[in-house]
Design a protein around this ligand. Structure first.
Ligand code: TRP
Length: 462
């Protein structure tokens, strides 16, 4: 154990796992998904996914990690034999591909932070044009993403307690303070309540099949589930820690932050008469225009705080993503952590280069494939396959693994360590029902529908 490192306390784990969870998923993706999927109706579907699928899958991953004290590959191998180790490998592949494109968006956010704080981004007249040009232009993209990866690698190379845990304990409180500060400001703006109303009053007519798989995909994305990140973090915790309590805390923090991010963004957008359904450009086009309209001084202050917040959120997430393959190589190859982390980071950065060229720089990557009725870039395809489809698939197979292969009794006894009252608790009943039935059945159905509808264009429901 000593050579692998570990978290120093339960709080350390919760901070790091919540840091992993709170990221671009909450602050970049969540508000625009709510914005284009019918506001509060989407929120409701999302919350159902979090409770019925998020909680059991998160608990499951942490439990597998702690029980084996191993990386995802070794963990599935120990508990299920060689045949199951590929499930860990699949997670690691998803993690590498996911980080390679996630880091591109983190680079945009970093570039925007620098542009707003030190450059003249806020005096640019055409922000839409600025965004599309800046993401198509390779130089800056390359530089900022590389810088982001270097910062990530620097932290991860310092180890679990000295790097990952310490960074989370510093960054998370700052992040929450910035978030609350901006929300208070945005709620005082004229027209803010329009945004709140849009955000909180449901339009059930807007719930369609894509709403459901988007919400589910987002739940996996946002809670960092389905690729073994939580197996990895779970392998660094103590046998006396209470897993269900930690999983609940992480889930609640993540959900509250996503909710608050919406509460920060929607009033800003509505107060300036903008539309909330700009999609991925919401943070990079709509919001800068809102900051612009605030005037040079307020705009700069709020805008800088806003992009700093996004960078911190992304950083605690890229840290967890880089730790998945790094932790694996440290375990399996016994190489030094420093060497492993820097090499892995470099390799993933290189894998991400096509993702940087996917927004206009190279036509073959910008129009990479065609499905869901539109041209998709390489970047979109990676997210579609390794995130929105790959992560729920990982969660589906993990539930099947726990319920049918490893066994609920072994799962229970691992949780009991650190949680003596678990045996007769409602938690146990809840986890049994969700792990054995709700999660595999609903994930299985949604997986099939996603493949048919998203990739093959076959619509089952008109
Ligand atoms: N949860 C992060 C977000 O919301 C992204 C993330 C970090 C992630 N680590 C992960 C997603 C592991 C899946 C698996 O932005």
């Amino acid at each position: 154990m000593a050579s692998r490192g570990g978290f120093t306390s339960k709080l350390g784990f919760v901070a790091a796992a919540a840091g992993s969870a709170v990221g671009l998923g909450n602050i970049w993706r969540f508000p625009f998904e709510v914005g284009r999927n019918g506001g509060a109706a989407f929120l409701l579907v999302y919350l159902i996914c979090i409770v019925l699928i998020g909680l059991p899958v998160m608990t499951g991953e942490i439990t597998i990690g702690r029980s084996t004290g191993s990386n995802p590959y070794r963990a599935y191998r120990k508990l299920g034999g060689a045949n199951w180790s590929w499930l860990g490998v699949w997670g690691i592949i998803c993690g590498i591909m996911f980080l390679s494109v996630y880091n591109v968006v983190a680079g945009w956010a970093f570039g925007y932070f620098v542009g707003v704080s030190f450059g003249d981004l806020l005096s640019t007249p055409d922000l839409g044009g600025y965004f599309s040009t800046s993401i198509a232009e390779i130089g800056d993209n390359f530089l900022y993403s590389l810088a982001f990866m270097i910062i990530t690698a620097f932290i991860v190379s310092r180890g679990v307690s000295g790097g990952i845990e310490k960074a989370a304990k510093i960054l998370m409180p700052i992040l929450l303070t910035l978030l609350v500060g901006i929300i208070i400001y945005s709620l005082t703006l004229d027209g803010a309540m329009e945004g709140v109303k849009y955000y909180l009053v449901p339009d059930f007519g807007a719930i369609t099949i894509p709403t459901i798989y988007n919400a589910l995909g987002l739940a996996f994305f946002s809670l960092s589930m389905g690729m073994g990140a939580l197996i990895t973090y779970g392998s660094y915790i103590n046998k006396t820690d209470n897993i269900t309590e930690s999983a609940t805390l992480v889930t609640i923090t993540d959900t509250v932050v996503a909710f608050l991010a919406g509460l920060m963004v929607m009033p800003l957008v509505f107060s300036m008469g903008q539309s909330p359904n700009a999609g991925p450009g919401l943070l990079f086009v709509t919001l800068p225009s809102v900051f612009q309209a605030m005037g040079p001084i307020t705009g700069k202050i709020i805008g800088s705080m806003f992009f700093l917040l996004i960078c911190f959120a992304a950083l605690t997430s890229t840290i967890s993503l880089l730790e998945i393959p790094s932790g694996l190589l440290v375990d399996e190859k016994k190489w030094s952590r420093k060497k492993v982390v820097w090499l892995t980071a470099l390799a993933i950065f290189v894998v991400g280069i096509p993702g940087m060229l996917s927004h206009g720089a190279v036509d073959g990557l910008t129009n990479f494939m065609f499905y869901e009725g539109r041209a998709k870039s390489y970047f979109d395809v990676v997210f579609d396959i390794f995130s929105d489809t790959g992560l729920p698939l990982g969660g589906l197979l993990m539930s099947i693994f726990i319920a049918r292969k490893w066994g609920m009794d072994k799962f229970d006894s691992e949780i009991e360590s650190g949680n003596p009252t678990y045996k007769d608790s409602a938690w146990r009943t809840f986890l049994h029902i969700t792990m054995k039935y709700v999660s595999p059945i609903s994930l299985g159905i949604i997986f099939v529908i996603t493949i048919l509808q998203k990739f093959l264009g076959i619509s089952l429901f008109g």
